[in-house]
Design a protein around this ligand. Structure first.
Ligand SMILES: *Cc1c(COP(=O)(O)O)cnc(C)c1O
Length: 389
């Protein structure tokens, strides 16, 4: 059958076989590549790595990653997308693309803690000032904007203390002064809050959470509408070498089909569990944007179409940290761990009084991530755990 005269060792590497064209299936193919092959030198010379019309090197994109980028941009109602190997890498890419020595960046005081760590690092070692603002300041952000302020980070809502910021007001004030606004839209998964329509210039997502949905992938995305801004992000992506693996990109693509169904199920379950907690004497406050005692609840009602599975509670001040730790340890179905967006429910305590500059009250904060279990089973689990008090 074979007329191939090449030696075995060469045949192990080169083959003339090409599969027939016309294969079609729902899943996006997983293309693994560092090296991308060109038909001839002219093709190599003519291709521009920043254009998505051709392939140049694995780092800059494959059909798998281009497809994921295009789909994420469409879901966020943006135009362009750059992937990063984690949500935090996406945050760093935004900062390094847009800030330089002498610049100033504003971050909400309830920002995702590693983003604060990044801000502090920029300030300590890179000659950039990072200042923190009250997440509920809204148009008041104007008073903080300086001549050298280049970027305002926002998070809707802050993922521990859950204040819902007035993103349109912040964006209006920033744009009047020529300052860009980046939004961490992870909580709303890019589907319950339309970042660009509310004014953001850059929307960042930790795909690690709902998009993947499997608690098995780390990935981030930065989405833009403006082409020039996208090119600046692409340059930072290239200079930092923030490639993502094809298998991971595939897992996120696979998660997208069920994203809305899962998000809505997390949302419904979380509201049931949060409502039950609200009536418990051990709990003084439920920090869930859909509940009236959450700061910024009115803004959530105005701007958001859903809530997902993440919320926090504040225990009554009579309980010590040691006591609430015992409650968490007594949970059986809820596991102890960071992150969210997977099928399994999680619970974590946060020392909110040490995390925030101006935090009122001494009650212990505990964050719940409601997975996809039956909410009644989750409530029963919390009920038996509260009994240790
Ligand atoms: C998880 C998370 C990130 C970072 O995502 P990783 O993929 O874990 O690096 C950023 N922002 C928010 C709000 C997050 O919850």
């Amino acid at each position: 059958m074979t007329t191939d005269k090449k030696s075995l060792q060469t045949k192990l590497i080169h083959s003339d076989y090409t599969p027939p064209e016309g294969f079609a299936a729902f899943p996006t193919a997983i293309h693994h590549a560092s090296t991308v092959l060109f038909k001839n030198v002219a093709a190599l010379r003519s291709r521009n790595w920043q254009e998505k019309t051709g392939y140049t090197y694995g780092l800059h994109g494959t059909p798998t990653t281009f497809t994921l980028e295009a789909r994420l941009a469409a879901i966020e109602q943006g135009e362009h997308c750059v992937l990063a190997p984690s949500g935090l890498a996406a945050i760093a890419m935004v900062d390094l693309a847009l800030l330089k020595s002498g610049d100033d960046v504003l971050l909400p005081d309830n920002v995702y803690n590693p983003n604060r760590e990044m801000g502090n690092w920029l300030e300590r070692d890179f000659g950039i000032t990072a200042r923190y603002y009250d997440p509920l300041t809204g148009a008041g952000i104007a008073e903080l904007i300086q001549q050298n302020t280049r970027l305002v980070w926002t998070e809707a809502p802050g993922s521990v203390s859950m204040e819902v910021p007035d993103i349109p007001a912040i964006c209006r004030a920033a744009h009047e002064r020529g300052v860009l606004v980046a939004l961490d839209n992870t909580w709303a998964a890019g589907i319950a809050f339309a970042g660009f329509d509310h004014g953001a210039d850059i929307v960042m997502q930790a795909l690690t959470k709902y998009q993947s949905g499997g608690s098995d992938v780390l990935m981030g995305a930065v989405i833009t509408r403006d082409r020039e801004l996208h090119h600046r992000l692409e340059l930072a992506h290239m200079r930092l070498g923030l490639g993502v693996g094809a298998d991971d990109a595939y897992l996120v693509l696979r998660g997208l089909a069920t994203l809305k169904l899962r998000f809505d199920a997390h949302d419904a379950g979380a509201r049931k569990v949060a409502a039950w907690l609200k009536d418990r004497p051990e709990i003084s406050r439920v920090l869930h944007p859909a509940f009236a005692d959450c700061p910024g609840h009115e803004i959530w009602k105005r701007d958001f179409s859903g809530a997902g599975g993440l919320f926090s509670v504040i225990f009554d001040e009579r309980y010590t940290e040691a006591q609430t730790d015992r409650v968490i340890d007594a949970l059986k179905m809820f596991k102890i761990g960071y992150s969210w967006g997977g099928a399994g429910s999680l619970c974590v305590p946060y020392q909110i009084q040490t995390m925030r500059k101006a935090w009122q009250g001494n009650g212990q904060l505990v964050r719940f991530n409601i997975g996809l279990e039956d909410p009644l089973d989750l409530i029963a689990d919390i009920e038996q755990a509260l009994a240790v008090l």
